[in-house]
Each structure stands twice: as C-alpha cells, then as structure tokens.
Design a binder for this molecule. Sequence first.
Ligand code: URP
Ligand code: ZN
Ligand code: ZN
Length: 465
Amino acid sequence: MNKKILIKNGTLVTATDTFRADLLIEGEKVKAIAKEITEKTDQEIDATGCYVFPGGIDAHTHLDMPFMGTTSSDDFETGTLAALHGGTTSIIDFAFQSQGRSLKEALATWHEKARGKAVGDYGFHIVVTDFNENSCKEIKDLIQKEGITSFKTFMAYKGALMVDDKQMIGLMNECKKWGGFVTVHAENGDLADSMVQTNRAKGNLSPKFHALSRPEIVESEATGRAIDLAFSGNHPLYIVHMTCEAALNRVREATKRNQTVMVETCVQYLLLDDSLYDRPNFEGSKWVMSPPLRKKTDQEALWNGIAQNLIHTVATDHCPFCMVQKEAGINDFSKIPNGAPGIENRMELMFSEGVLKNRISLNQFVSLNCTAPAKIFGLYPEKGTLAVGGDADIVIFDPEKQHIHSKETHHMRCDYSSYEGWKVTGKVRTVLLRGTVAIDNGKAYIGKGFGKYLKRKSLSQKIEI
Ligand code: URP
Ligand code: ZN
Ligand code: ZN
C-alpha cells in the first residue's frame, strides 16, 4: 500500500497561480489538489502560513568534477543533500567527454559517480569537447535511449574543452535531427587567453586579474556568435550562466529577427559584483569563476532581462573548491580553479532578494527555479510544477523566517560561503522528494542512493517559457 501524506492549509504557488489549497500525496505522486481535502491519511503536514512550491531544479551543477588539476569538492552525495536542504530536489550535472574518447564513456563515468550516491534526483547534460565522426554517431542514441537531450559546448578553455565553430555547427545539426539541442558556455577563448597572457607577463597575478582578463566583450562576442550560428540553421540554443548587459543585448537583438534564445543566469550574477575581487589576502579567489562577476549595473540589466522574459532560468553553476584548492593559484590567478559554491543558497536567495524586494513575482520565482528548467530540459510536467499525477517534489517554505547564510551552517562541502553573513528572509522548512519527507527543519530523513537518474524527454515541440 502506498503511503498517503496530506499537506494542509498551505498557499500553493505554480508558475502561473497562487492559491490556498490542500495537496494529497499517494506514493511518489501528487494525487489531488483541492480547496479542502478531508481524507484520512498516514501523515498530515500543516503548512499554515507557508508557501508550497514545486521542488527546485538546478540545471547547472558540477559535482565531483575533475577541473584545472583538482576536483570539485562536493560529490553526488554531499552536493545533492545540500541542494535538498536549500529546496532543490533535482539537478542536471555535466558529464565531460575527454578529448579523443567517446560520449558514451563520459556518460558511463558520470553514472558511476552518481549511482548509489546521489540523495536527490539527477540528470546529465553531456559536454562535447571533441565533435568528430564518431561522436556525431552517438548523438541519436544518447537522446533517444539515454535521456540526454542537451549537449554543452565550451567556446573557451582552448586545448582542454573548447570546440571551434565548425564543430559547434556540426553538433547543432546533429542534435536537431533527433530532438536535442546545444547549450553554450559563451566566452571567446582566444581573446580571454590573450588577455590572461598579457596580465601574467606584466606581473598582474592577483585574483582580480582573472576578471580583468575576461571583460564583457569576451562574453558578448561569443554570445552573439553562438546566437548567429544557431540562427543560420534555425536551431534552438540555450546559453548558460549569462552575466552581463552586453551579452543580454545580443539576445535582445536576436528577438528583432524573431529568434528565440533560451537563457540562464545564475544567482551569483544577480547578487554579487566584481568589487569582491578587491578583497585582500587572496579572498577574491573565492569568486574566481568564468565568466567572472560583473558590475552592479549588469545585475540590474539581468533583473530587467528576467522581467522582459529574455532570461528564463536561474541556476547556480555550483562548482565548489575549498580554499586549499583555490591556493593552487595563490601566485597566479590563471591557476585558481574556476567555480564557487551555491547549490544550497539559490532558492532562499531568490525569494529574499527577488520576491521580497519586488524584483520578481512569486510565480516568476517558481518559473525561474522550477518550471522553466523542467520544460526546457524535458522533465515537465513530472517535475517543475504542482500537478496531479506529477512527482510529489515539494518545498514547504516559511516566508517570514529570518536566518543567515554561512559556512558554519551550510551543508555544502566547502569551507567558505559565497554569501557569508547574508541575512535572508524566508527559509525552506520541509522538502519532499517523490513523496518522501527528505528534509524537515534542517534534519535529513533520506540519504545516499535515494536519488534517481532522470531520463529526459526531447524538445520535440515548441515550449512556452
Ligand atoms: O567557473 C566556472 N563556471 N566553473 C565551472 C565550469 C563552467 O564553466 O561552467
Ligand atoms: Zn561554463
Ligand atoms: Zn558550469
């Protein structure tokens, strides 16, 4: 017999509606949503005074990822558990192809990292670093059999990850045949590398020169080029971690020729700025990531981009490294592993800084964090919304509780917080994953291996986001 749980008296929020209702769960699924449900159940959860959101989906994470001579410090167990504490029930991580090796091998390697370890649900994008005749032949099966519908390309990190335009075009063409699409890290790798070399030659070696070597033009040029390549073949395109107004303007331009580009930003680009790189004693290294943090004016531009529906999803690009790992670049910014923690912070920050500061509505909060990523990446409507028949991935959220984000209390395996000391209003109280209470008042009730691999559906028809 499937367990029945009743969530009573909450305010349910979807990407389109906000309404008072009870929600009945049977087994892993939502069984009913109605104004008042009186059915006798195994467990009742009182959500009076709370919002009931769909579980968050973070479509951009890097767990247990070998990168720049080290490995990101959260693995699939610690990372997905931290995500759950922050209201994110599903993630989409990146399986990296090694140059000269197959895409299927990359997928097998990442399955190995996650299987039996992940606490929350997970899917994969595949990072194509070597698009050739052989990898081209793998795309169809990956989409149709393995549930991988999105393929990431890097326009930067030459020699390790970067593909050229010809490879990108080939990949876009092949993806389109089978209902997949390309996502892109848009930075001009040659331009960035040249600026890095110039700064190193001048002896400019501290963390802030990471940002100064990757100015906006590095991102906006690559963004525009990726958009043009997609336009030339009428391909869908998803741009990851957009940071700045100049790049956003390339998207805005594209709308004039009726091109739709799917755009993700990350919570750090909405809330943090490049003054952090000036912190003394190598502290700026905490925020060394690519693209780097920008100006406050760019934050405003990104919030406006959300308001104009030019930006559709908010992710984290969670890629944590402990300080001892960051210290690989203590004498040379170009050796600082790129990335920062955030998987646990996204939902609470977006509520406190977004909803409560009137930058986004409650429904936009759900759309950006849950529904749009589910639609774009083929998880909807099982995930990303509150709907009868969908997975009972649910966040009960206390909108009034104040607390402070800190490394002392977070669950990410990282010895610093990108948001140390940030006082936020609104806290995740209870999280259910597929009908099981995963987190309640800061305590975890599920563990290693509970997370399920998510085979995703292809982008076969036009989606509304
Ligand atoms: O600095 C970053 N973003 N590290 C993770 C890899 C990537 O580019 O997404
Ligand atoms: Zn990237
Ligand atoms: Zn990333």
